[in-house]
Design a protein around this ligand. Structure first.
Ligand code: CP
Ligand code: NVA
Length: 317
């Protein structure tokens, strides 16, 4: 028999624009409340007595720590299951593993290689499954990234999403990978929703668009934010030499931004872990860099996602 219908977070594509905005705004308000000493009722002890299984087949610093800390903050028990801790992949199928673990827990947070692995886990699970990074998508990172953008641009007039300013230009320089795919989907969603609401209000429209360039200088023109990630994602180690060569000239530096004509006060983001080849120390550790705030925001994103999918059972906007 198939499990009851529950909502899973596989990719930002699973969210409506309103839902993505709501997750980011929830993350933002929980961050402010907890930092001022008040844990909001919406999350306080809401996972008491419940276990969240974290099945990670790859290394992780931020995703592991933020998820464990989020579950603890909500009163629950995070159970970390590394690839050598459970039978999965060696001695047991995904189907059997999903049935068993979901029968004893409230949520599975899974980091996998092929996206189908997390999709199949979700297909057979009776509890929500949250993708903690697959080869194709990284939704928790995108929620944290929009929280970071929201905070950095809060002085500007925000569009009707309440999350980002209108016509924000985000330039990704580097490999087209899992982190980019969800970020790009999110960018289009947040601009599209603003456009839709504006059209209803019969004012001028400014559609969210994606453009691809093959020269990094062209990509960063008028950028408000420049984002990159490693050129060699986990699982691509054999291609390291080929990739380092292919991306030479794509290193994010002050000179690149200047040559390309990025906005004068452009900001830098990187999901981390960082390697020196994709960004200079000057940018990474300089005043434009949002990377450590972005890293911390993984905690608030994890809290918002657990609230949305586990506590509010997918009804959150
Ligand atoms: N950004 C990110 O997901 O980092 P980890 O691989 O350390 O979890
Ligand atoms: N693109 C990187 C992200 C790590 C958080 C990878 O998949 O290894």
């Amino acid at each position: 028999t198939e499990p009851p219908k529950v909502r899973h977070l596989m990719t930002i594509g699973d969210l409506s624009p309103a839902e993505l905005s709501q997750l980011v705004l929830n993350a933002s308000s929980h961050k402010r409340a907890v930092k001022s000493g008040q844990t909001p009722e919406a999350i306080k002890n809401k996972l008491l007595g419940q276990t969240v299984a974290m099945m990670f087949s790859k290394r992780s610093t931020r995703t592991r720590v933020s998820t464990e800390a989020a579950v603890a903050l909500m009163g629950g028990h995070p159970m970390f299951l590394g690839k050598d801790d459970i039978q999965l992949g060696v001695n047991e199928s995904l189907y059997d593993t999903s049935k068993i673990i979901s029968s004893m827990t409230s949520c599975m947070v899974a980091r996998v290689g092929p996206h189908d692995d997390v999709a199949n886990l979700a297909k057979h699970s009776s509890v929500p499954v949250i993708n903690a990074l697959s080869n194709d998508f990284h939704p928790l990172q995108t929620i944290a990234d929009f929280l970071t953008i929201h905070e950095a641009f809060s002085q500007q007039k925000l569009n009707s999403t309440g999350v980002v300013p209108d016509r924000l230009r985000v330039a990704w320089v580097g490999d087209a990978n899992n982190v980019l795919f969800d970020l790009a989907i999110g960018c289009v969603k947040l601009e599209k929703m603003a456009t839709f609401i504006k059209e209803q209000a019969a004012t001028s429209a400014s559609p969210g668009t994606l453009s691809e360039y093959f020269v990094p200088e062209e990509a960063v023109k008028d950028a408000d934010v420049i984002v990159t990630d490693t050129w060699v994602s986990m699982g691509q180690e054999e291609e390291t030499q080929k990739r380092l060569k292919a991306f030479s000239g794509f290193r994010v530096t002050d000179e690149l931004a200047k040559r390309g004509g990025a906005k004068p006060d452009w900001k830098f983001m990187h999901c981390l872990p960082r390697h020196p080849e994709e960004v200079s120390d000057e940018v990474m550790y300089g005043p434009r860099s949002l990377v450590f705030q972005e890293g911390e925001n993984r905690l608030w994103a994890a809290i918002a996602a657990l609230q949305g999918f586990v506590i509010d059972k997918g009804h959150f906007a």
